[in-house]
Write a protein that binds this ligand. Structure first.
Ligand code: SDX
Length: 427
């Protein structure tokens, strides 16, 4: 591999260093491009641009590989639990038993949310989308934890991380409880993190909550699968907001808003709505595949396609199997799962999808499982956010500890050139 790239503009040659990552990814370092040539690059959607070097997550879109800190997603989903993976992403190593117990104990110190947050929650209409409420409540946490994080102080940074892990889960479930008109639950420090999610969501004061280990185990796996995904839209948002030295809660709040979009995390809700529409239209998947191919029709096959994976999304493969297992275990026979499988089969045999390397992504099957667990469709993206939280934290921490500069892309101006002001009676 050559050590430099040569760029020629108007007959003049410029050399730029080539850097190679630990997985042999090649990048041209253009930090000095504008200073040397006066030119910038233009790359809408950053399809060809790297924003940073990172040691957290590796994706190979061509091979369908996903690894957190070098461990395969298959191994982690099969052998680890969510808090172990959160620790791995945030601190770089799988925790030993003492480290894991301490991490869980330290999170439990911060699972009580300030009671005044309830006043903010009650200000929202019951019909408010949970993602909008979650983004607002996450930002509001700053008001009750105003001390900005001194990232150079290891103790302060660790406490902010534990506080975020503890409080985010609680306020995420409050968005559902508010919507349902149910009383708000408190975290139970004698129970596990994912068990608490189920309790916080579904426990009602009139009867003891019956924990179903099959659901807890399946959710734990789903949270692991969603935990990080290198520089996706919401993670890039968390990094760029944090690059101005905005606080961790403010940065995570921005990430929640970015994740909400139907082209990103909001796709898991959109997939279910699409499957229900197909079901209500007599299950005619071919008709919807045609709609997805029709350039005149804005309809897209939700849960299909990916910016990076031009092969199967390894998470989709695991979730598809988990969907079969969970529905069988719960004795749920959901016609939408059959429709999803038919849709996948028809699309994968269709030249339009094959030629564009469009495969099911992480969002295609996850909603089927959430639905079988009794989780309402408006909460699907909130579950994505709960899973993605440790990844957002890990990426924010890496960006700040690496002292990365404030994110501020350039542009190519294509508007009006200089023109004289016109008085209103001359326009
Ligand atoms: C997530 O980045 C991440 O890592 C995200 C994520 C994570 O873990 O953080 O993996 C989570 O966001 C998964 C993606 C969830 N979104 C969806 O399922 C929404 C449906 N998918 C598409 O909107 C689309 O595939 C994207 C947004 C996911 C990716 O879009 P790109 O990379 O910008 O690709 P593109 O829009 O330029 O599409 C290329 C071609 C186009 O056709 P042509 O112009 O070449 O003729 O493929 C077509 C698109 O029209 N296409 C689709 C399609 N996705 C792409 N056509 C029909 N249905 C689709 N779903």
């Amino acid at each position: 591999m050559s050590k430099t790239a040569i760029l020629e503009i108007d007959g003049k040659k410029y050399e730029f260093p080539i850097i190679v990552g630990t997985e042999n990814e090649v990048a041209i370092d253009i930090e000095k491009l504008r200073g040397a040539t006066g030119a910038i690059t233009l790359d809408p959607g950053y399809k060809n641009s790297g924003s940073c070097k990172s040691e957290i997550t590796f994706l190979d879109g061509e091979e369908g590989i996903l690894r957190y800190r070098g461990y395969s997603i298959e191994d982690l989903a099969d052998k680890a639990d969510f808090l172990e993976v959160a620790y791995l992403l945030i601190f770089g190593e799988l925790p030993n038993k003492a480290q894991l117990d301490k991490f869980e104990t330290d999170i439990r110190k911060h699972t009580l949310v300030n009671e005044e947050m309830k006043t903010i929650l009650e200000g929202f209409p019951k019909t408010a989308h949970p993602m909008g409420v979650l983004s607002s409540l996450t930002s509001a946490l700053t008001a009750f934890n105003p001390k900005s994080v001194n990232v150079e102080n290891e103790k302060e940074l660790y406490e902010a991380i534990c506080k975020t892990m503890g409080k985010f889960l609680v306020i995420a479930t409050w968005t559902y409880r508010r919507r349902m008109g149910f009383p708000l639950n408190y975290y139970d420090n004698t129970k596990g993190y994912v068990e608490n999610f189920m309790r916080l969501m579904f426990e009602i004061p009139t009867e003891p909550y019956k924990m179903d280990k099959r659901i807890v185990d399946a959710l734990d796996k789903l949270f692991i699968l969603h935990a990080d995904h290198e520089q996706n839209c919401s993670t890039s948002t968390v990094r760029i907001v944090g690059s101005s030295h905005a606080g961790l809660f403010a940065s995570i709040s921005a990430g929640v808003s970015a994740l909400w979009g139907p082209l990103h995390g909001g796709a898991n809700q959109a997939v279910l709505e699409m499957l229900e529409e197909i079901h209500n239209n007599g299950g005619d998947v071919a008709k919807f595949v045609l709609k997805a191919k029709d350039k005149e029709d804005p309809f897209r096959l939700m849960g299909f396609g990916h910016r990076v994976y031009k092969n199967f999304d390894p998470r989709a493969t695991i979730i598809k199997k988990a969907a079969d297992d969970v529905l069988e275990a719960l004795g749920v026979d959901d016609p939408l799962l059959d429709i999803a499988k038919q849709l996948e089969k028809v699309a994968l045999e269709d030249e339009y999808f094959k030629s564009r390397n469009l495969y099911p992504n992480v969002d295609f099957y996850s909603g089927i499982i959430y639905r079988a667990m009794g989780i309402p469709v408006e909460m699907f993206t909130v579950l994505f956010a709960i899973g993605r939280l440790p990844g957002w934290i890990a990426q924010w921490k890496e960006m700040r500890l690496n002292k990365e500069p404030i994110g501020r892309p350039r542009q190519v101006y294509t508007g009006s050139t200089l023109r004289p002001f016109k008085e209103v009676n001359q326009r």
